[in-house]
Ligand binder design. Structure first.
Ligand SMILES: Cc1cc2nc3c(=O)[nH]c(=O)nc-3n(C[C@H](O)[C@H](O)[C@H](O)COP(=O)(O)OP(=O)(O)OC[C@H]3O[C@@H](n4cnc5c(N)ncnc54)[C@H](O)[C@@H]3O)c2cc1C
Length: 396
């Protein structure tokens, strides 16, 4: 097994690193590092910068404008971006809808949508979950009834991340209400968010921010040409897409940067004097364990890469990356809170910040902690990932 990068891979890493150093706008990097909210414009600005370099679709084939990188290069790129503190590339268009279109779309759909996704001309969101249909996705009820050359859609989606920024939504809808088994009779539709009958309502999370939404469909007419794959075969598309969704949840580069940030926070002298958290042996113990777990996750990732180099596609193992990656991300937010002590308790500390007692990073830690409870829920909850590992890997 080869767990080290080859000289060519190291040269590639250096190329990515130096490009990021020169091209990542300082204001965006600062926002990311201090956990400030990113606007639609921020996200699109970064996406377009990468698109101009030909790096916006790391996993895209050259045929559709991608760089044609192999799995190791993609991994290196993602980790370097995470470590440098770039804004995320919003996955819904680039790494969810696009692979689906490449695999199942008609030529006309590919030509219409793919270039616009790559260039961030359209902002996409994901319409899978519904009230009561999250883990049990196949129970979804949003209906699409064929009416001439349109489908008429009625129902509701929930937890739609960045739906308020989106131009398009890809949806799982029920086109047959009496299927033999529930996984049948589901279809995959592309819906223009400007279509009459769509209402987007914000859901404010416990961090106080607007990130997710409810999306309601009332007699929304969708051209039948926006159906992807065959009618009733949407479950095949859904399963294909979920594999892609979980590939990117390890986020090792981001966690490495945050670990460095944690060490810096823990080394700060408390306002009233006294020992730093770094001098506390119990704190150091927790932090060191986390660092070791992060290293173990990185090595696990490199092991999968080695398999990929040998032509073996990852299967249920992807669930391990999601599980451990998100546990580490959450533990980092907990330790950061602990590192700043009393100051972390200030949830909306405008007064303290104005008084110059809190920097932007510290004042955003509590909100970040609350926000990151989501990571063990989305992209298939961690309990569901454990079920997958038990079934597929351990044979239970
Ligand atoms: C911040 C955030 C963003 C999201 N963004 C999107 C998005 O953009 N698009 C979208 O479609 N969805 C999105 N989701 C929805 C997400 O996919 C669902 O929340 C997730 O699938 C869980 O479904 P649920 O909320 O209905 O919970 P449930 O499925 O009701 O689960 C409740 C609890 O029961 C556990 N559980 C359920 N079934 C089992 C089982 N079989 N075995 C063991 N435990 C089980 C779960 O792990 C969980 O702890 C988002 C969610 C969050 C929190």
């Amino acid at each position: 097994m080869e767990l080290n990068y080859s000289p060519e891979e190291l040269a590639f890493r250096d190329e990515v690193r130096s490009w990021l150093r020169e091209n990542l706008p300082e204001d965006l990097r600062t926002k990311v590092e201090r956990y400030e909210g990113l606007s639609r414009e921020d996200l699109i600005r970064w996406h377009k910068l990468l698109a101009s370099k030909g790096w916006a679709g790391p996993a895209w084939p050259e045929e559709w404008g991608g760089p044609g990188w192999d799995a190791t290069q993609r991994y290196i790129f993602e980790e370097e971006c995470g470590f440098a503190g770039t804004p995320p590339l919003v996955p819904f268009g680039l790494s969810m809808c696009a692979p689906v279109l490449m695999r199942f779309g008609t030529q006309a759909q590919k030509e219409r949508f793919l270039p616009r996704i790559l260039n961030a001309d359209d902002f996409w969101c994901q319409g899978y979950s519904e009230p009561g249909s999250g883990s049990d996705l196949a129970s979804l009820k949003t209906r699409a009834v064929r009416d001439g050359d349109h489908y008429v859609v009625n129902g509701q989606k929930i937890w739609t991340t960045l739906g308020h920024y989106a131009d398009w939504i890809f949806c799982l809808v029920r086109t047959d209400s009496n299927p033999r088994i529930r996984q049948e009779g589901i279809s995959f539709l592309l819906i223009d968010m400007k279509t009459p009958g769509i209402t987007v309502r914000p859901l404010i999370l416990m961090d106080g921010h607007h990130e997710v939404n409810e999306v309601f469909f009332d007699d929304v007419r969708v051209p039948a040409e926006n159906l992807v794959h065959e009618e009733g075969k949407g479950w095949t598309v859904a399963k294909f897409l979920l594999g892609h969704e979980r590939m990117n949840t390890g986020r090792i580069g981001v966690s490495k940067r945050e670990l460095a940030q944690l060490k810096e926070l823990a080394s700060r002298q408390p306002a009233g004097g006294g020992r730093t958290m770094m001098q506390d042996s119990r704190f150091r113990d927790r932090m060191t364990r986390l660092e070791v777990e992060l290293q173990a996750l990185e090595i696990t990732n490199l092991r999968f890469l080695d398999q990929l180099r040998g032509g073996k596609a990852p299967g249920a193992e992807v669930s391990m990356l999601k599980l451990r990656g998100t546990e580490i991300q959450q533990a980092l937010t907990e330790l950061m809170m602990q590192a700043v002590g009393m100051q972390a308790a200030a949830f909306a500390p405008d007064g303290l910040q104005q008084a110059g007692e809190l920097d932007t990073l510290t004042s955003n830690l509590a909100a970040r902690y609350c926000n990151f409870r989501k990571t063990s829920i989305y992209a298939g909850s961690n309990e569901i990932q454990r079920n997958i590992i038990a079934k597929m890997t351990l044979g239970l």
